[in-house]
Ligand binder design. Structure first.
Ligand code: NAI
Length: 468
């Protein structure tokens, strides 16, 4: 095989792409990954999941120190915020992780092709470097893993100063006095929470009739109540129609369903109304791929595009835009390419919203089950009745388990509460393994732990919770 030839070329090094490349290399395939950014890891590591979680952690420490330590008998005088250090720590976390991927590529002998990848034909990928020079590589398989980018809406074009996307919201140079957030989805609430905890007044404008539309309504209503108590303001069923920017201010004009308008003035605006697949410049027309409605790359159940040696994974195809979904698809595709049995169970993909308290869910909601005509039983248990939650001082929220009324099989699980992101793993495995609520109810959970709420909710499916 010539130097310029590969078994697999993965275009894009986000969680889908880099994981796919490593797995392909583990399976003995000569693999390259094309990435034009200066560091590997895509949106998730560079400007998404990881930096936002670093900021969430720092802002939680700050809010905790300001408002909660006193309750523990710990007195702290003169707490102040050092924003440059806080942002610098986030950058260090990102740097160490993205460098880690470069190390994993070396260890696994994955070649990083630096530049923008595009199709010359189905077995030739052109890589164009920042200086305009380009090289072509022959390959047996190509995996499209180019991810997504924030949607820009006409009434609020990003100016990267007053009107920012999720990327800009990770590096605001000072704490805004009033941050207007367009979109009460995952990004709006996570980043809105960060800046609220750091001292900003935050107003969320949401077009739907609830925040986090699509999620179990008990969760979205519960979270909204808690965030309102902390000072976040919400305008539901309200659509942004126009934005006016001044020197240091931004005014949002929004419309309510009855036709009335509301004007909200702030000093910065975060627009987080969804993301769209990155497909421009890929040369898909050169291989005859036409995008689906919504701009996604079409794939079959094995994530193969209509061109047999071209595959696609992650945000660029159907399904939720989640790093872990992309990772699992990357692994499955590498395995299918190598002639092995790949597997992604779309019924068992957990969701997490990293607000405080966190939200996590897997499977279908109670509302969705009812819409599907599925008869279900529901068990619910509040953290307020859990010893560990009381000791932690984090008693907001609940665990809710939705089970098939006939078979007792868990079809969905929903958590609003402390460490929901970690707790959901047990329930994701339960859904993956087809566990019943009885299976969870009969499994011993260590005491005192937050996980006991899961056992109690499972007992609650059969109306036999002990501690409530
Ligand atoms: P999203 O789809 O979660 O929320 C966008 C919200 O904006 C929706 O509630 C929608 O009703 C609302 N909206 C749309 N147009 C509007 C308008 N003109 N005025 C007012 N509201 C409007 O999208 P988001 O938050 O931008 O996140 C994008 C993607 O990134 C999501 O699909 C999510 O899966 C992924 N993500 C996941 C994270 C996680 O798993 N923790 C964290 C961050 C992002």
């Amino acid at each position: 095989m010539a130097d310029q030839d590969f078994d697999v070329v993965v275009i894009g090094s986000g969680p889908g792409g880099y994981v796919c490349a490593i797995r392909a290399a583990q399976l003995g395939l000569k693999t390259a990954c094309v990435e034009y950014e200066a560091s590997l890891g895509g949106t998730c590591l560079n400007v998404g999941c990881i930096p936002s979680k670093a900021l969430l952690q720092s802002s939680e420490h700050y809010a905790h120190t300001m408002h909660d330590l006193g309750k523990h008998g710990i007195k702290v005088d003169k707490v102040s915020l050092d924003l440059p250090t806080l942002l610098g720590r986030k950058d260090e976390v990102v740097k160490s992780l993205t460098q880690g991927i470069a190390g994993l590529f070396k260890k696994n002998k994955v070649t990083w092709l630096k530049g923008r990848g595009s199709f010359v034909n189905a077995s030739t990928v052109k890589v164009t470097a920042a200086d305009g020079s380009s090289s072509e590589y022959k390959t047996k398989h190509v995996v499209i893993a180019t991810g997504s980018k924030p949607i820009e809406i006409p009434p609020a074009k990003y100016d990267r100063k007053l009107i920012v996307s999720s990327t800009g919201a990770l590096k605001l140079p000072s704490v805004p006095k009033h941050l207007i957030v367009i979109g009460g989805g995952v990004i709006g609430l996570e980043m809105g929470s960060v800046w609220m905890r750091l001292g900003a007044k935050v107003t969320v404008i949401e077009a739907a009739n609830s925040i986090l539309p699509g999620l179990d309504s008990d969760l979205s209503k519960g979270l909204m109540k808690i965030l309102q108590k902390e000072g976040m303001t919400f305008h539901l069923e309200t659509k942004l129609t126009a934005t006016k920017t001044g020197k240091d201010s931004v005014t949002a004009t929004c419309q309510k369903p009855d036709g009335t308008t509301v004007e909200i003035k702030g000093d910065q605006m975060l627009v987080a109304v969804g993301r769209r697949a990155n497909t421009e410049g890929l040369g898909l027309e050169n291989i005859g791929i036409t995008l689906e409605a919504g701009g996604k790359v079409p794939v079959d159940e094995h994530l193969r595009t209509p061109v047999p040696n071209v595959w696609a994974i992650g945000d660029v195809i159907k399904g939720p835009m989640l790093a872990h979904k992309a990772e699992d698809e990357g692994i499955a595709v590498a395995e299918w390419i190598a002639g092995k049995a790949g597997h992604v169970n779309y019924e068992a993909i957990p969701w997490v919203v990293y607000t405080w308290p966190e939200i996590a869910a897997v499977g279908i909601s109670e509302d969705a089950a009812k819409q599907q005509g599925l008869e279900v039983k529901v068990g619910k248990f509040p953290f307020l009745a859990n010893g560990r939650a009381k000791a932690l001082g984090n008693t907001d929220g609940f665990v809710k388990i939705v089970a098939d009324a006939k078979t007792d099989r868990i079809v969905g699980a929903h958590i609003l509460g402390p460490n929901a992101s970690e707790l959901i793993a047990e329930l994701a495995i339960a859904v993956e393994f087809g566990a019943s609520a009885e299976d969870i109810a009969r499994s011993t959970h260590a005491h005192p732990t937050l996980a006991e709420c899961i056992k109690e909710a499972a007992l609650g499916v059969d109306k036999r919770s002990i501690h409530i």
